[in-house]
Design a binder for this molecule. Structure first.
Ligand code: ADP
Ligand code: MG
Length: 445
């Protein structure tokens, strides 16, 4: 994806996420000035917007950009029309040993970020099974746990752990050919290969490796030719006892429009999930970041951050970065006071109740709550019902079963189907997307 399209896609997603007033005020006129590897320079329209984006929207932008690129990007904000300052990225390792250099080269060739390792992955009761499996795979790639299917909600370390498997294998078994890809990249490359009649080369690339790591396979849902290709790639590698690792943001049973032959194969080896980390693990993660990055932030400040950001490690890191940045800008030590200042200022996420969602949807589509719960399924009612499923899942922490119950005792598979359908329609149909944005705006007012 080139930088124009990447930014366009990012803005589209942000628009879904924000009230239209906020979107217009802060994001209209922004661009990506430059993208070099994971370094992305974002051009803002004024110093004020720059500060605002940096302080309040950085994590959100990064989450989206990371999803779209499959990279762990590093965002920098600039006021447009000024010359961009030289990058000041420090070296990865202070010692410039030959071995490390080689490792970094090999890692990059495998499409990996050398920074993602086992050392800097904090293990707790939320992820210890996944970590143990990862270690087993590094010991004996292709034999013990094959395929390995890893899932969790976003920002909980799937990409980190998957890439770490790749990096550790490269360190331990120099002869192994490792390849990391996101599902989106796999699909894009396939499309390109078909267009340029280079499918043979494509096959070779993916079927000749010893270890194939495929991130975010939920992206394959509904993409038939990619699934076909993936099926053959999988079979070839699996028969030759090559290691396959797959990740997803949801369990296999919840990826609808994934062919049965694929999901049964993906689930045929080892499956592990990772949960949200508790406060102690969050604190351990922050301490570890403090140590590796040699930050002099106080314990109290770290505790405050760990409390303030409960459910996503990427956001946790984002919050830490914000505190450091603001302290620097004010020429102060990053302490509790600054942490409070920064995180206390975060827009509080006001929870929306299921009742409010139902009310808004009935209002928006002019249907009665009783009809939403009822058995009838004409489009006039079925569509709002599915939209209700979508919002109940996105904006509350209700389970599939609870959503099904609330909407008249429907089965959880019906809810999965409903949510997926709306997600698909948001991508395919402008009209539906606008409905969803409208409802979202109303709900956040
Ligand atoms: P996912 O792929 O599940 O969305 P990532 O692997 O991208 O999540 O993780 C988000 C960020 O959190 C990354 O910067 C990663 O290094 C960090 N992270 C996640 N889990 C851990 C962990 N257990 N220990 C240290 N850092 C972690
Ligand atoms: Mg990821």
């Amino acid at each position: 994806m080139d930088k124009e399209n990447l930014w366009k896609a990012t803005l589209e997603k942000l628009r879904l996420d924000l009230s239209s007033a906020n979107y217009k005020t802060w994001f209209l006129g922004t661009t990506i000035l430059e993208k070099e590897g994971p370094e992305i320079k974002i051009g803002c329209t004024s110093p004020y917007t720059k500060e605002r984006l940096q302080k309040h929207y950085q994590t959100r932008i990064k989450t989206i950009v990371d999803e779209l690129t499959g990279e762990d990007t590093n965002l920098k904000f600039y006021v447009k029309r000024k010359k961009t300052p030289q990058d000041k990225l420090g070296p990865l390792f202070t010692e410039s040993e030959e071995k490390k250099k080689q490792f970094i080269q090999q890692s990059k060739k495998s499409n990996l970020f050398p920074q993602y390792t086992f050392d800097n992955f904090v293990v707790g009761n939320n992820n210890n099974l996944a970590f143990a499996v990862a270690q087993g795979i590094v010991e004996e790639p292709g034999t013990r746990h094959n395929p390995f299917f890893l899932y969790s909600k976003v920002g909980l370390g799937k990409t980190h752990l998957t890439q770490a498997i790749g990096n550790e294998i490269i360190k331990k078994h120099q002869d192994k050919n490792v390849l990391y890809t996101t599902s989106e990249n796999f699909t894009n490359q396939l499309v390109k290969a078909i267009k340029n009649s280079t499918t043979t080369k494509f096959h070779q690339r993916f079927r000749s490796v010893d270890v194939l790591l495929i991130d975010d396979i939920q992206f394959f849902a509904g993409r038939e030719s990619s699934q076909e290709e993936l099926f053959h790639t999988f079979n070839t590698l699996f028969m030759e006892q090559k290691q396959i690792v797959l990740t997803s943001d949801r369990p296999l049973t919840e990826i609808s429009k994934l062919e049965e032959r694929l999901s049964s194969r993906f689930g045929s080896g080892m499956i592990a999930d990772m949960q949200t980390p508790d406060i102690d693990i969050r604190l351990a993660i922050l301490r570890q970041k403090r140590e590796t990055r040699k930050l002099n932030i106080s314990n109290k400040a770290l505790e405050y951050i760990a409390e303030a950001v409960p459910s996503n490690i990427r956001e946790l890191e984002g919050a830490l970065n914000q505190v450091i940045t603001v302290a620097k800008a004010q020429n102060k030590e990053p302490d509790l006071e600054i942490a409070k200042e920064v995180l206390g200022n975060l827009e509080p996420k006001k929870p929306v109740s299921p009742g409010e969602i139902i009310k808004e949807i009935c209002n928006y589509y002019t249907v009665k709550p009783k009809e939403l719960r009822g058995p009838r399924r004409p489009a006039r009612i079925a569509h709002p019902r599915q939209v209700a499923m979508y919002f109940l899942r996105k904006m509350t922490d209700m389970s599939l079963e609870e959503v099904g119950d609330l909407l008249g005792g429907r089965d959880h598979t019906t809810v999965i189907h409903g949510v997926n359908k709306i997600e698909q329609q948001i991508e395919d149909k402008l009209r539906i997307k606008e409905q969803i944005m409208g409802i979202k705006d109303n709900l956040s007012e």
